[in-house]
Design a protein around this ligand. Sequence first.
Ligand code: SF4
Length: 380
Amino acid sequence: MDSILATPAGEPFPYKQYFMEKKEAGRVFVGIFAHEMVPVELVRAAGATIVPLVFVGPEEYSATGGSFMSHSTCTFARNIVGAFVHEDMRFYKQVEYLVRSNYCNGDFCGMEYLGREFRLPTIDLSVPVKTLGHSVAYFTSQVEAFAQRLGSLLGARIEEDETKRQVKVHNAARAAIRRLLDVGIYGSELLQRYQEAAVLEPAELVERLDAIYFKNEAFLSEGDKRDTKHPGIMLSGDPIFVNDFFASWLEEFGASVVYYDTWIGARLGETDVDEADPDVYNALARAYLLGHGLERAVPAAMDSRLRKAMTLVKERNITGIINHTLKFCDFQAIGRGEFKDQLGKLVPVLDVERDYSQSGFGGMKTRVEAFIELVSGGGR
Ligand code: SF4
């Protein structure tokens, strides 16, 4: 595992080998789809290996998923279902349990289908859609129920002490993720780190980031690598999942993203779980609902999203935003117009809706290049 974790920063992370080693070590694989709302500390306290369903395949995977699910299910969920059917992502085939939640239509329908057709037991987590006075208490009870279901299905006892230890190591990983913004990496390299952060266990992530950046003498001796040449572009909306070619497209078109305001992005490091709270379930519920989940909670989701983006524009010297929506992701699509109108008063916003097809290359190139020209005048 040590050699895997020291894979050079510029090379693709060997995910297949990573999961193969976990399997050989006898680990149980739990597939998680529900983006940022599952308290992963509990799954790891149960001794399981998390297989985040963040690895997408080419366009035909979405078409395959569409043979089983409605075409109005988001392109991402269809792609994940297609990836299970195509079987070339071997570690998906090793998933033994799935976490299913009501996070969104894609999550619920995708997990429903995979659970039924692949006969995978599902572990339910109910996520509140509001953040009213009683929502944290409700979510605390759901997090506890989730831990019980998880423990009984996996035949594991989830000890409170181990959960608290997991909270600590996950917070340490979150701190390391925050530090990524200070090492001067951007574009695909920064995205690759966030994608790895969504997959690796927290101690592994810290070890890897130490090896390639924080304690790497050769890297440190290069001095401040902060990018001052490119316009300060922020990517918001849906994340760029592993294997998606969109990040390399953007770089080819001259757009280098310096800030990923997405859940596979800077948000992975934003919310710590309160280690001082004696009730660890309450601490987890508060962090996940009020930190990670705020922008999906009605009725103030849009306000919260706008406020956050406006703050980032000012604090991070952002000169343009690419707002990225995956087709049929209601979650992002609902506020697209308002987001563009409001943020557009501050900086240019390029609104992009896409699936995993390569066919839009020419049109996208023209739009991104025009956007770069527009934001390049802003300087940094
Ligand atoms: S892309 Fe959107 S609809 Fe699809 S799973 Fe993610 S949040 Fe849900």
